[in-house]
Design a protein around this ligand. Structure first.
Ligand SMILES: Nc1ncnc2c1ncn2[C@@H]1O[C@H](COP(=O)(O)OP(=O)(O)OP(=O)(O)O)[C@@H](O)[C@H]1O
Ligand SMILES: [Mg+2]
Length: 263
C-alpha cells in the first residue's frame, strides 16, 4: 500500500519512474500527503471560461479525515478530482508525498490512481451483473497487495451480503460495496464525493460509519465532500470552499463518532 515504508516500495516501483521529486522537497514520508500551491482550474467551454479553482493553497496530512463544504459550483469536485488524478490543474502546483503530480503523463496518473487513491461517488457505479464480491474482486485482481474481497466487505459490515447482486442490495449497502471496492487495494487516500448524497439519514449513517472505521483502522487520509454541515463534527478538519477558493479551514478538537452527530 502507499503508506510509510510500503509507500516507498509502491511509489518507487510503480509511480516514481515518471514522477520527479520537487527540487526543494526530498520526497520523504514525513511530507504532507498532498500539498497544493496556487492550484487553479479554468474550464474553457465555447466562448466561456469557467474558473473552478482559483489559487488554492492547502495541505492534506496522513490519516486525517477532512470534510469539504461549500455551495454548489464552488469547486469541491474539481479539487477532489485533481487530488485523485482524475483531472489536472490549469496552473499551480500539486505534490503527493513530495512528488510533483502537476506535469506528469497520463500513464503516471493512471499508476498513481491505481496504487494510491480510492474513489467513492454519489452514485455507486457498481456493475449490475456482478455480485458484491465480484465487484470488489475486479479491483483486487489488478491491485498490488490487496485485501481479499471478503476482508474488504467485512470492513464495511457486509460479510453477509457478499453474493448479492446490486439489485438485491439497499442504496446504503450498494454504497458500502463501492467503499469496499475503493479500499480493497489499501489506498493511502480515500476521496468521497457526496457519498451520502443519494441516501436518507439512517442509511447515510451506516455509510459514514464504514468510512470512519476505514479512516481509523487503516489510517487512510479521507476527504469527504458533502452539503450536510452536520457532518463537519466527524472530521479532524473542515474546509469551506467558495468561488474556487478555500475561504475557511478549522480543526475540530475532538471528532464526534458518526452515531453522535446531530442530524
Ligand atoms: N468539465 C467541466 N467543464 C466545464 N465546466 C466545469 C466542468 N466541471 C466543472 N465545471 C464548472 O466548474 C465549477 C465548479 O464545479 P464543481 O463541480 O467543482 O463544483 P462543486 O462544488 O462540486 O458543486 P456541486 O456541489 O454542485 O457538486 C462550476 O461552475 C462548474 O460548472
Ligand atoms: Mg460536486
Amino acid at each position: 500500500m502507499c503508506r510509510e515504508g510500503a509507500l516507498h516500495t509502491a511509489i518507487l516501483r510503480h509511480v516514481t519512474d515518471a514522477l520527479n521529486p520537487l527540487p526543494d522537497s526530498p520526497a520523504l514520508p514525513s511530507h504532507p500527503v498532498f500539498t497544493a500551491r496556487g492550484l487553479s482550474k479554468v474550464y474553457h467551454t465555447g466562448e466561456l471560461d469557467v474558473v473552478a479553482l482559483n489559487g488554492v493553497d492547502i495541505e492534506f496530512n496522513s490519516g486525517e479525515l477532512v470534510v469539504l463544504l461549500g455551495p454548489s459550483g464552488s469547486g469541491k469536485s474539481t479539487l477532489l478530482n485533481i487530488l485523485g488524478g482524475l483531472d489536472v490543474p490549469s496552473s499551480g502546483q500539486l505534490s503527493y508525498r513530495g512528488w510533483d503530480l502537476t506535469n506528469v503523463d497520463e500513464h503516471t496518473l493512471t499508476l498513481f490512481r491505481r496504487n494510491c487513491v480510492g474513489f467513492v461517488f454519489q452514485f455507486y457505479n457498481l456493475i449490475p451483473s456482478l455480485t458484491a464480491r465480484e465487484n470488489v474482486a475486479l479491483i483486487t485482481s489488478i491491485a498490488r497487495d490487496p485485501m481479499t474481497p471478503e476482508e474488504a466487505l467485512d470492513m464495511v459490515n457486509l460479510g453477509n451480503r457478499m453474493d448479492h447482486f446490486p439489485s438485491q442490495l439497499s442504496g446504503g449497502e450498494q454504497q458500502r460495496v463501492a467503499i469496499a471496492r475503493a479500499i480493497a487495494k489499501r489506498p493511502e487516500v480515500l476521496l468521497c464525493d457526496e457519498p451520502t448524497g443519494a441516501l436518507d439519514i439512517t442509511t447515510g449513517i451506516t455509510v459514514l460509519e464504514a468510512v470512519e472505521r476505514i479512516n481509523r483502522e487503516l489510517g487512510t487520509l479521507t476527504v469527504i465532500i458533502t452539503h450536510n454541515a452536520s457532518m463537519a463534527q466527524m472530521a479532524d478538519r473542515v474546509l469551506n470552499l467558495s468561488d474556487g477558493q478555500v475561504v475557511k479551514s478549522r480543526r475540530n478538537e475532538t471528532r464526534l463518532p458518526v452515531r453522535q452527530l446531530d442530524w
